[in-house]
Design a protein around this ligand. Structure first.
Ligand code: NAD
Length: 304
């Protein structure tokens, strides 16, 4: 089995880190070279590339695969696997951090620090997460990672999914049809759904109007799940208290966006899942699937 690591993975880790990690686990691995595709059994990549159609198996290093031409892979007999399942801890901690910052006002004090300013927030501004309600929309790896950490912080956690089967750590599960009921009483709403035809623009003016005025929106899914102009309007009008945003449409967020300048908005540059062991988390998935291939078993995270 020869795995090629495409340069595009450098968005999240140094390609050589994964090559070494795989070699240490007895998998032949090298940097991808488009003139050698006939030698590869597998290419590991962040972005798709036309040359991948010559390789039998493509592994995407992200959970979202909206960018990959999976229908064409299916037509041309290329296997595609993704990296869902590895981001529950990172994203869970990122969302917990954003909520803690809003409640304990850390983002405001950090801004003050930059100006060398010793200034207190008004008495009514700080609150505790304990007892506050979080609504998590999408209860897969990300959603459950967020829910678990929120429950550990003493929050009341509700969720939205396409079935109402119970989920550990989630006090109540609403069906997607009841999204508006689920978000109505929440102090925080976290988005953790993939970007699909059904979720594109899922949050727009109607949803923001239906949320509490002291509510915070947390988007760690994809920018396109939110109508960004409507979010800006909701924040400007006071229909929402604030937002923690890791993903945007478009990315990078243009310098001209009003979101940059809003005190009650935390902007992170699509790094919510970053960790210094990302290459190892992806590597473990690849090793697992290489072993499954050798045992002629079904691959994990197989999309096509
Ligand atoms: P996952 O497949 O484990 O979970 C997604 C869940 O969303 C599934 O349970 C699915 O049933 C549910 N879902 C799909 N459509 C829905 C809808 N209309 N309403 C409610 N639930 C719906 O995937 P994951 O690993 O949790 O990742 C989810 C998405 O988050 C990815 O597709 C990706 O776009 C995004 N993501 C972002 C980052 C980041 O860096 N910010 C990192 C990882 C994933």
């Amino acid at each position: 089995m020869h795995a090629a690591v495409h340069d595009s993975v450098s968005v999240v880790f140094e390609p050589d880190l994964l090559c070494s990690y795989l070699r240490e686990r007895d998998i032949e691995a090298s940097r991808f070279d488009s003139s050698r595709t006939d030698e590869y059994d597998l290419v590991v990549s962040f972005h798709p590339d036309e040359t991948f159609f010559d390789v039998p198996w493509v592994h995407g290093v992200r959970a979202g695969y909206d960018e990959f031409p999976v229908e064409r892979y299916a037509e041309e007999g290329v296997t595609f696997t993704n990296s869902t399942g590895i981001h529950g801890t990172t994203i869970g901690e990122t969302v917990a951090g954003m909520m803690l910052s809003f409640a304990r006002r850390l983002h405001v004090y950090r801004d003050h620090q930059g100006r060398g300013e010793w200034a207190r927030e008004p008495y009514e501004a700080p609150f505790t997460l304990d007892g506050e309600r979080l609504c998590v929309v999408g209860l897969g790896t990300l959603g459950q990672g967020i829910a678990r950490r929120a429950a550990g912080l003493g929050m009341e956690v509700v969720g939205v999914r396409r079935s109402t089967d119970p989920v550990p750590g989630v006090d109540r599960v609403y069906h997607t049809e009841d999204l508006h009921d689920a978000i109505a009483d929440a102090r925080f709403v976290a988005l953790a759904v993939p970007l699909t035809e059904a979720t594109e623009g899922l949050f727009g003016p109607e949803e923001f109007d239906g949320m509490r005025e002291d509510a915070y929106l947390l988007n760690v899914a994809r920018g396109g799940v939110v109508e960004q102009d409507a979010l800006v309007s909701a924040l400007e009008s006071g229909a929402l208290a604030g937002a923690g945003l890791d993903v945007f449409d478009p990315e990078p967020l243009p310098e001209s966006s009003p979101l940059w300048g809003m005190e009650e908005v935390i902007v992170t540059p699509h790094v919510g899942a970053m960790t210094n062991r990302y290459h190892a988390d992806v590597g473990d998935l690849v090793v697992e699937n290489v072993e499954r291939t050798e045992r002629e078993e079904e691959l994990v995270n197989r999309i096509v």
